[in-house]
Design a protein around this ligand. Structure first.
Ligand code: ATR
Length: 284
């Protein structure tokens, strides 16, 4: 007889972070479980940094199939895992853990989730494109790693702190044509870019009128993408629309990083429409 509720057929999932109350992941994944007719739950887990090791151990003890990890645990969590996927190791951060009978493997679905969303919603073919990435932090690392797999002509990293952009370009320079520069070269780099991606927090709620670059530097007709999903359309995207650009917001990345995680846990194709509806409802 099949076990139910607390038993093996009950899919236990969650997200660990500090803070965690604002996370839209529980709403999104519980909607996905319902749409797939799976018995289970995805719960928010408020885990302070000093308890992270114990919390990861409890994933095994309590029989969770997997968890997401978010700020501030994405880097620190790696030392508690049994294996780390190659992409997550390169990026240096994990956001998804899969528990296979007590063996924990870490993945990073942020970058691949982002690229899937960019291709589906704004730019189907990134091959041979000149891409400019604004920012050189953790989010940029995940995205640039996934973009390299799409074989663009070049990726230029523009960052306020020039040294960070240059270091990142040098680190992965053998895998693709990468350049790093400071904001003083942004105008020149952007004039040649076909795809522009903002990975900085500039323009995020509540400072919604801020722009990561001067609007006049955005070339007419480019694809302009922003990782921010609150607001759904940032000032950068609003200004880019005025310049006949194709714009792409961060909501799709959030949905697709979750979709990949769910696919790792269940082996099933994620119901992205139901997930999107749930996130949009929770944003209202
Ligand atoms: P995340 O994991 O979200 O990428 P992060 O690692 O702290 O966060 O990186 C934030 C990125 O946004 C950095 O590239 C940062 O630039 P610096 O390297 O110069 O710090 C960039 N950033 C944040 N606030 C910014 C601002 N007001 N103007 C320009 N860039 C900013």
């Amino acid at each position: 007889m099949k076990e139910t509720q607390a038993g093996t057929d009950y899919l236990k999932l969650g997200v660990m972070g500090d803070p965690i109350g604002h996370s839209k992941s529980p709403a999104m994944h519980n909607a996905a479980l319902a749409a797939l007719n799976l018995q289970g739950a995805y719960i928010p887990l408020h885990i302070r940094p000093e308890r992270l090791g114990d919390a990861i151990e409890s994933v095994k003890t309590l029989g969770f199939r997997g968890v997401n990890v978010t700020i501030p645990h994405k880097v620190e969590v790696m030392r508690y895992l049994d294996a780390i996927d190659e992409g997550a190791a390169r990026i240096g951060a994990v956001n998804t853990i899969v528990n296979d009978n007590g063996r924990l493997t870490g993945y990073n679905t942020d970058g691949i989730g982002y690229v899937r969303s960019l291709k589906e919603e704004a730019c189907p073919d990134l091959k041979g494109k000149r891409i400019a990435v604004l920012g050189a932090g953790g989010a940029a690392r995940g995205i640039i790693y996934a973009l390299i797999g799409e074989q663009p002509e070049s990726i230029s990293i523009i960052n306020r702190t020039e040294d960070k952009a240059k270091a990142l370009a040098q680190e992965w320079g053998t895998m693709a044509e990468l350049h790093g520069c400071g904001e003083e070269h942004a105008k020149e780099v952007l004039s040649r870019a076909e795809v522009i991606i903002n990975t900085t927090s500039v323009g995020m709620h509540p400072r919604i009128s801020e722009m990561p670059v001067h609007p006049e530097w955005i070339p007419e007709g480019a694809v302009v993408s922003d990782l921010i999903y609150n607001p759904l359309k940032t000032e950068l995207l609003l200004q880019s629309e005025q310049r006949n650009c194709t714009v792409h917001g961060g909501l799709g990345m959030f949905i697709n990083q979750g979709a990949y995680a769910l696919e790792y846990w269940t082996g099933l194709r994620a119901p992205v429409e139901a997930m999107k509806e749930a996130v949009l409802a929770s944003l209202l």
